[in-house]
Design a protein. Structure first.
Lengths: 437, 437
């Protein structure tokens, strides 16, 4: 497609900024098919232009002064990724004043200055997009704002700080103290050298302020949130909670209460069969309760350069599509522009690789298992798990197994051979196995 | 707000149609605040106008002839909820030809005639929206199409038929046969009298065709999907799978494979620690793998009038906002129109009701438990779970308990009283408990 590119200026080339550049570069062909125009980074601001980075800077105009980029760069969209609430606020307000759509991942900025920033944007008819500010790659902002827009939302609760969830998960798995789990998290890069914002719940409260505004149509109310971090959680509490049938998670909770709302961040016992209890490690998860939809849940990576960049780029593409609109609905029905849909060959299921579960009924004879496993070996199929059960009453014996991942036809061939064995009864059962690692 | 209402015509007043009318009526105030204009149903088509319904029809022009509604009604948006692929196809094409945006929940229609329908819409620059066609109330269409648009999507897998998931869940929980679980599902309204489309995997394949088109930018390829239903699953397989550490779920799976794709629906063994394994009953769940975001998961109600209506109304509101746009980005930053944000009183956490977990260290004396439980009783606090542990070595004894749901201040008062008891050591630990029922 030869359409004019959408030009993006990125302020800040840290982990997320590099992820954004990488993503717009590596996924450029797909993105152009979705948007109908290329979306390219033309300008970036960094104070350390010579630092080695994990992204290509070819053809990108590097500005040492972010203010000048905002004031002067010929871009269609500005992306603020420097963090903090001082300079970031000034840059964002300057971009709005210049009439540029802004994308930001900066939850602290929005939680503390969002009313000013969104007010300024509304006054100018401008856009400030912030999918990346809450729960990283999970498209929770769009889900609440648009996907669940028909509901009166009763409440939102979420694991929205990956550092705390990692620490609590490690404490539960290893019986570690908070201090030891924190030290491990710091060593692995999951916690900052000064972890206060995370472990004291401030970061979660920033995000909760944003979620509550979206859910309830209220201004950002960060200062009104009751916040309690995870430093008081002990391995003993985690263990006793388990005895009671609960897991301990740091949750951000916003719920309607009479004509008002409850806004709180605190360690919370969650029943171990609730999906929030099962979200471990650095993953984030959010559940939303709407009066029509009931409970809807979302989980995924809440941090990291690529996952956060996924959300930043989603916002960039939303804006790019709106800028490009030549129909009244800028989002194509099937996600790609109609002229960019391409038939793809569908692989016959016989050729699709999968692990397989197989259950056979066999006569209760000597040598059965060895002949079956010999057939599997002859077809180069490894067995990951196997179970043989003796007959009950007059029944046949059962052999059940799970194979390694193999093409479907190889399994079919081996099964056909097994079914010729005299002691194998008719009617084998086989299902596919998927691991979702 | 006095702005001109957005007028909606609803074709079909079955369960979902009634849900849409109910939702647009009951949530009208919130919806107006989000969209900036009222969104009202002005017209509806039904062949049984006198049937008793669970929604208000006051002021709605009822058309006995859906064709005439499509051809003549003065509406801004048409909603197709009659199901089937014959008349629904004609109505949808007629609406597109008339230049009306269409919202549909009809997965069979889109899977089988989607290429024609989306082609016709693209030729006219028209809109066909279909969030409700896959996974009911879960906003998965929007998530893939927009929220994850920065990713090259590698694969999608989901529990996208609630009937099958209910049957498999019951078989696992009760050891029921497929036939008995199906009969129960029919009795409860979770399965149709003729359950073929569900239990043979056809409905899941309809939805998978839509997900694959969105994920990979390919035309709808329903006929190319390999489909296997759940009728061959036995309680024995479910039990053996459990021994191996797996659950059996009917999954729709679409994944890239070389330059092509795999498209398949079949019973699948899923590791029991994967989130898909934990989604039970009529719930749906979808996981998407993107090259930047990694794995993202979504779960919620996949069927039912209100959950499906939630998705239909979300589509209506998307279109309404686009029709109403007086800025280039029709979706307000904080979900509600800037002039519709309203401060809400934040309830002090002392007044927020919650269940509480409490752990006390106490001297190992007689009568400790009775004095503590007496204080709880005096504050009208019931105990849901309690654990007392004898001292280990020189340590104090531990008492841990979980209370019923009570206002925070009542718990604080009781705790303050307990802490005055001579045998209670300093440093009680208390966390809140949330149930997410």
């Amino acid at each position: 497609m030869m359409a004019t590119p959408v030009r993006v200026g990125v302020i800040g080339l840290g982990t997320v900024g590099q992820g954004v550049l990488r993503l717009l570069h590596e996924n450029a062909a797909e993105i152009t098919r979705r948007v109908g125009r290329p979306v390219i980074v033309t300008d970036a601001a960094t104070r350390t232009p010579s630092r080695a980075r994990d992204c290509k800077l070819d053809g990108i105009h590097l500005w040492p002064d972010a203010q000048r980029l905002v004031a002067e760069a010929e871009v269609d969209i500005l992306v603020e990724l420097i963090g903090g609430t001082g300079v970031a606020r000034e840059l964002t307000l300057a971009a709005i004043a210049r009439g540029k759509p802004v994308v930001t991942a900066n939850k602290a900025l929005l939680a503390e200055h969002g009313n000013e920033i969104f007010g300024a944007a509304a006054a100018k008819g401008g856009v400030v997009a912030f999918e990346a500010a809450v729960a990283g790659g999970i498209p929770i902002i769009k889900a609440i704002r648009e996907g669940l827009a028909g509901n009166v939302i009763d409440g939102v609760a979420g694991i929205i700080n990956g550092t705390c969830n990692y620490i609590l998960t490690q404490m539960a798995a290893k019986g570690q103290s908070f201090g030891d789990a924190l030290a491990d998290a710091q060593r692995l890069g999951y916690a900052e050298a000064d972890p206060t914002f995370d472990v004291e719940g401030v970061d979660a409260a920033h995000k909760l302020a944003i979620l509550a505004a979206l859910a309830f149509g209220m201004p950002l109310a960060f200062d009104a949130i009751a916040v309690e971090g995870i430093t008081a959680v002990t391995p003993q509490d985690i263990e006793i909670a388990k005895v009671f049938g609960y897991r301990i998670k740091l949750l951000g909770i916003a719920k309607r209460h009479g004509g008002g709302v409850e806004l709180r961040v605190h360690p919370t016992l969650v029943p171990d069969d609730a999906l929030l209890a099962k979200v471990d490690g650095v993953l984030n998860a959010v559940v939303v309760h709407g009066n029509a939809v009931g409970q809807v849940g979302f989980y995924g990576r809440g941090a990291g350069g690529d996952a956060t960049a996924s959300a930043v780029v989603a916002d960039i593409l939303d804006i790019a599509r709106a800028l490009s609109a030549d129909t009244r609905h800028a989002v194509p029905a099937l996600a790609y522009q109609p002229d960019a849909l391409r038939p793809l060959p569908v692989v016959p299921i016989r050729d699709a690789p999968s692990a397989f579960y197989l259950r056979l009924r066999v006569a209760d004879e000597a040598g059965v298992l060895s002949q079956i496993t010999a057939i599997l070996a002859a077809h180069d199929i490894s067995v990951e798990a196997i179970l043989q059960r003796e007959p009950r009453g007059g029944e046949d014996a059962t052999i059940a197994l799970i194979t390694s991942i193999i093409p479907g036809h190889r399994f079919d061939d081996a099964l056909a051979e097994m079914q010729k064995l005299p002691f194998v009864r008719a009617g084998a059962t086989r299902f596919r196995v998927e691991k979702f690692d």
